[in-house]
Design a binder for this molecule. Structure first.
Ligand code: AMP
Length: 221
């Protein structure tokens, strides 16, 4: 199963990817998480990426392709993966095809999650994350049991530096301008599946797996 999750910031790609990992036992590859890890560790990649990320801009394609080439070559990716947050531009999608061809693989399913942009602004301003275990919360719809504290590991929750309204609006615009054209890219290849991203986590998940479960059990993915 070589899957791509497309969708604007805040639509729930990360949350759904984690559930897909549990369901199908393939790794989630979140380029945003990898970049945030690099920024935290202060690596060369992290230093290059930080200014773009804080402005809500995309990190340059050549850096992203190097990162993804390394990651997809890992042993844990041999039976499949879920790409979450990559590709984000047409050149990234073209580069991904080359990387996968070299590895003897190809994408076989693309899920594009949809939601109204104003709902996404609301969701993202209310989003908090655990810096240690990565668990996500929403102050309105899914608050932690104890204010400011992760239910799972007890660490203090943080707000991502790019989850402030001005940067969120910029990220949404960047999505429309640079990433939304990927729908056409994958539609032409017959790989695109649209998913309504509005509803509970469980409802959205059921929409995602309805088709995937069948294809998977028929050995078609
Ligand atoms: P995310 O966690 O997916 O929202 O990503 C956070 C930020 O990381 C984005 O706003 C970009 O600055 C950067 N980023 C993540 N994935 C990519 C990508 N595929 N291409 C360029 N920049 C990316």
């Amino acid at each position: 199963m070589y899957l791509i999750l497309l969708g604007p910031p805040g639509v729930g790609k990360g949350t759904q990817a984690q559930k897909l990992v549990e369901r199908y036992g393939i790794p989630q590859i979140s380029t945003g998480d990898i970049l945030r890890g690099a920024v935290k560790e202060g690596t060369t990649l992290g230093r290059k990426a930080a200014t773009f990320m804080d402005a809500g801009q995309l990190v340059p394609d050549d850096l992203m392709l190097d990162l993804v080439r390394d990651r997809l070559g890992g042993d844990d990716c041999s039976g499949g993966f879920i790409l979450d947050g990559f590709p984000r531009t047409v050149p990234q999608a073209e580069g991904l095809e080359k990387v996968l061809t070299d590895l003897g693989k190809s994408i076989n399913y693309v899920l594009s999650m949809k939601a109204d942009p104003e709902l996404l602004v609301k969701r993202l301003t209310a989003r908090r994350v655990c810096p240690d275990c990565g668990r996500g919360y929403n102050l309105q719809t899914q608050p932690p049991k104890k204010e400011g504290i992760c239910d799972v590991c007890g660490a203090s929750l943080i707000q991502r530096s790019d989850d402030v309204e001005k940067t969120i609006r910029n990220r949404l615009k960047v999505y429309e301008d640079q990433t939304a054209p990927l729908e056409m890219f994958y539609r032409k290849k017959g790989l695109l599946h649209l998913i309504d991203g509005v509803g509970t986590i469980g409802e959205v998940f059921e929409r995602m797996v309805a088709d995937l479960d069948v294809l998977n059990s028929n050995g078609e993915l």
